[in-house]
Design a protein around this ligand. Sequence first.
Ligand code: HEM
Length: 163
Amino acid sequence: MNKEKEEISAIHPAVAPLCYLLGKWKGEGEGGYSTINSFRYGEQLHFSHPAPGKPVIAYSHNTWKLDSGLPMHSESGYWRPKHDGSVEVVIAQSTGLAEVLMGTHSAEDIVIKRQSQVVANASKVREISRVYEMVNGELHYVVQMATNLTALQPHLKAVLKKL
Ligand code: HEM
């Protein structure tokens, strides 16, 4: 088997529909909420498939201030796609918040939609929704959250290009 074929067969079949994500993505995002001033940030996402025999994508997300480069929010976790088109995601945030989301992925639309099932160790956040979408080769995402005072509304949106 040549090297290219080995690499393709090394991708777990449950991960294959999402293999376009694998690699590093870099871009800029815009944040806001009804209770805070809006802001912009730089960011890098990394999706990898470190254990090819397992149906798991490892995910990490780092952000920084655009003017100084100083670090802002970061998070990491695992995306677990299933053959039925569902995806289960677990994320630990640098703020201490932990979330478990369930969602769906569609290979045709290249959209991944997820809704939190569990938000733990959060003082304000009650619910999180995340949508990732490929648009003309760029990765777009929108993160919404609900807090103890506010219904679900956008906190982040960003556009990233593959490195
Ligand atoms: C504010 C949650 C991701 C930057 C907040 C607040 C919450 C929150 C609860 C306070 C809102 C309020 O006071 O009413 C989250 C959650 C995230 C997330 C759940 C991920 C799912 C991010 C990311 C960044 C960021 C990726 C930056 C790159 C900020 C900033 C503020 C803020 C700058 C305003 C802080 C202030 O004015 O004191 N976030 N955040 N957040 N967040 Fe996030």
